[in-house]
Design a protein around this ligand. Structure first.
Ligand code: CDP
Length: 202
């Protein structure tokens, strides 16, 4: 029996941190679906056709720190508007979710489109300022030397594009549990997420 945890939310809300910790706690596999769109976006920045890039994506394309830049994030959010690009990535995500050992997928449309029957759906949010501050610390921790205004602008532009697109827009599934991490430490957010998953498992 597979067990699927869908974790969605706006840019830099803490989905990755929470997803990794939940997956580790329950021994589930984790898929950061944003990486799929980032990898397609990175290929497009290098001159590729978006649909062809999505159709020929390979595991190796998902590796590398160069996918974590605001420039690639913007490119990802632009290719993610394209319904054909999204469709090309559906099967891989659903196959991953069906793993019998349990799976956590994080993204924008996991609870609404990819896994509408997920056992647990979390919608993780925080204020744009808090999210930008955390992302700034994360990126500058890797020596990127970005400014707050630049990171906030990336987060806000992507949230707008991701929420307003016609196909699979960013929004909570009707049955999603909302987790606002604005005033929570990472440890507190993780503990709440684990509690919610635990309750659904029981
Ligand atoms: O880590 P962060 O929240 O900043 O972004 P991400 O999850 O890596 O996603 C990068 C971009 O990919 C988003 O801004 C979305 O446009 C797109 N995306 C999507 O459309 N659907 C998903 N399931 C995941 C990401």
């Amino acid at each position: 029996m597979s067990f699927t945890v869908a974790i969605d939310g706006p840019a830099a809300a803490g989905k990755g941190t929470i997803s990794k910790a939940v997956a580790a706690h329950f021994g589930f596999a984790h898929l950061d679906t944003g990486l799929l769109y980032r990898a397609v976006g990175a290929k497009v920045l290098r001159g590729a056709d978006p649909l062809e890039a999505a159709q020929t994506l390979e595991p190796i394309d998902l590796e590398g720190e160069n996918l974590r830049t605001p420039e690639v994030a913007q490119a990802a959010s632009k290719v993610a508007v394209d319904a054909d690009v999204r469709a090309a990535l559906v099967a891989f995500q659903r196959q991953f979710a069906a793993r019998s050992d349990g799976a956590v997928l994080d993204g924008r449309d996991i609870g609404t489109v990819i896994c509408p029957a997920a056992d647990v759906k979390l919608f993780v949010t925080a204020s744009a300022e808090k999210r930008a501050r955390r992302r700034l610390d994360e990126l500058n921790g890797k020596g990127m030397g970005l400014g707050f205004a630049e990171v906030l602008a990336d987060v806000q532009a992507r949230d707008k594009r991701d929420s307003e697109r016609a196909t699979a827009p960013l929004k909570p599934a009707e049955d999603a549990v909302l987790l606002d991490t604005s005033d929570l430490t990472a440890e507190q957010a993780i503990a709440q997420a684990i509690e919610i998953v635990q309750a659904a498992r029981a």
